[in-house]
Design a protein around this ligand. Structure first.
Ligand code: NAP
Length: 250
């Protein structure tokens, strides 16, 4: 957070902000007055649409294209951002970028395992460690990790994804204890089935019968929870994993 005259500017970095849940989080944080740094890896047009949404919500933002699975790319992006924003820092980090590469373990190729682990879990390490020093100095920060039902329950066909999200949950609980005294909270959200590009190949009509709420969730519903965890109202919640799954699993 910085003071410009009497105006306080707060920066939030959302990984995977170009589409789906990430886009909804960007727009929701913009409604709360954050300037939103929208990360994505390839989809320029979709990222522009998110930026338009952020501006329509009354704030402003910027695009920061890099691969969260690539430690060097994360470092270059964060250092570049800092160099172009002297005296400012990122006080909210939402580790949301993620991919699926489903397969039965018997058939799973090394690339499917490693790509899912690096994008969903290494990304947490690559980025979070670069931002916590500034949160430390300002004695305020929020880290929200987007995990999954799959990381809690384990889902067949997703040993790679379940392992990555379970790892993210463990890291959330450990880091929360490292940072709590500095007024930095670290939490995870664990969505069930949410409408997005990631779930467009699923058989919605069959799967929604398994959900007590009788439907898939919306990205905006996850964004509402993330915005709460990023706010001052959630100052005493840390190391938690909050399910958002229509009653599917708890
Ligand atoms: P999505 O619609 O497929 O969007 C994925 C986002 O991640 C896109 O913005 C994509 O950028 C970005 N991304 C992918 N790989 C990246 C990389 N290497 N570096 C930077 N950005 C990258 O997915 P979603 O459904 O919104 O999922 C968001 C998060 O929620 C993920 O972590 C996912 O595992 C989790 N989740 C989703 C569901 C669900 O039902 N949808 C359920 C549980 C958990 P590009 O546009 O540039 O490709």
């Amino acid at each position: 957070m910085i003071e410009t005259g009497d105006k306080v500017e707060k920066f939030a970095l959302v990984t995977g902000g170009s589409r789906g849940i990430g886009r909804a989080i960007c727009i929701r944080l913009a409604e709360d007055g954050y300037r939103v740094i929208i990360n994505y890896v390839s989809n320029d047009r979709e990222a522009e649409i998110t930026l338009e949404g952020v501006r329509a919500a009354g704030s402003d933002g910027e695009l920061l294209k890099f691969d969260v699975a690539d430690a060097g790319a994360c470092e270059a992006a964060v250092e570049g951002w800092k160099a172009s924003h002297p005296g400012q820092h990122i006080s909210v980090l939402v580790n949301n970028a993620g991919i699926r590469r489903d397969n039965l373990l018997l058939w799973m190729q090394p690339e499917e395992w490693h790509k899912v682990l690096s994008t969903n879990l290494d990304s947490f390490y690559n980025l979070t460690r670069l931002l916590i020093k500034d949160m430390f100095s300002s004695r305020w920060g929020r880290i929200v990790n987007v995990a999954s039902l799959s990381g809690l329950k384990g889902l067949p066909g997703q040993t790679n994804y379940s392992a990555a999200k379970a790892g993210l949950i463990g890291a959330t609980k450990a880091l929360a204890q490292e940072l709590a005294r500095k007024k930095i909270t670290v939490n995870a959200v664990a969505p069930g089935f949410i409408h997005s590009d990631m779930t467009e190949d699923l058989k919605v009509d069959e799967l929604k019968k398994m959900v007590p709420a009788g439907r898939f969730g919306e990205p905006s519903e996850v964004a509402e929870l993330v915005a709460f965890l990023a706010s001052d109202r959630a100052a005493y919640i840390t190391g938690e994993v909050i399910n958002i799954n229509g009653g599917l699993y708890s």
